[in-house]
Design a protein around this ligand. Sequence first.
Ligand SMILES: [Cu+2]
Length: 297
Amino acid sequence: MLALSIYSIYNVLGTSDIGEGIQMFSLSRRWCREDSSKTPGDMGISTVNIYRRYYLLILIILVFLVASSILMVPARISLAGGDVRGRVELINAKIKARDSKIDASGVVAWLNPVNGTIARWNSRQKKAITQRSKRFSPHVIVVETGSEVDFPNEDPFFHNVFSIFNGKRFDLGLYASGETRPVNFTRPGVSYIFCNIHPQMSAVVVTVDTPYYAVSDQDGNFSISNVTEGRYHLMVWHERSKSEHLVDLTRSVQVTSMGLDLGVIRISEEGYIPRPHPNKHGLDYDMLNSRPGYRRP
Ligand SMILES: [Cu+2]
């Protein structure tokens, strides 16, 4: 396209020879220097021709710019995509409602492309789960495979972050206030994160193989932005729901350039039984008191 335009410019100017073009340029400069007092009516025929050629040159450049911007528009549209929205409703909820409202936060929804390919960009962001007041915050995060998550300790005492179930297995060891340690989540799955000193601390990192994911807010609303048009498998994960319920909720969806409204997704907590988790040694937390080196603050 660019080569074609340059060829057209030389044809219109009648200067297929670059040397002639330079000569034309120096001629116009000479006119500026010597004949600056002359009005356009005083110009010689050659100067008028130079002006006409420059007008044509500017016109061709403008046409080229407009044409190229028109050609670029469809490419931008196909990359942009729309938003996929939905609302989670928890049924048979195991946690009591506060102010007659059930907390529907922390449900993860993501879209896996049916054909297996995806328009990727640099969507891997560094995220963090902070340890503060003997809690992990946020409780649930989603990352794309290969993302790094920081675990900063903002408490004035030690924590020991670890994960031994499913997903990513790691043990960051004991570390002090003000320190942080990273973990790279290299494969898809659900990682349950605990502290080896404080049994009440827990968090979840859901690692997915797609940049299209979201976590629900307290009202259960979620929005996955900028989803490229196409067919996807909608997947959901909820901490207090059995895996068979979650598998039943998997379905195929078609996302258009306008996005998609998934409506209400009802997730049952039926059959979920919260169980205390063991420490990183697979033992009950009470055993910690008899272990040297760990003292609960
Ligand atoms: Cu701790």
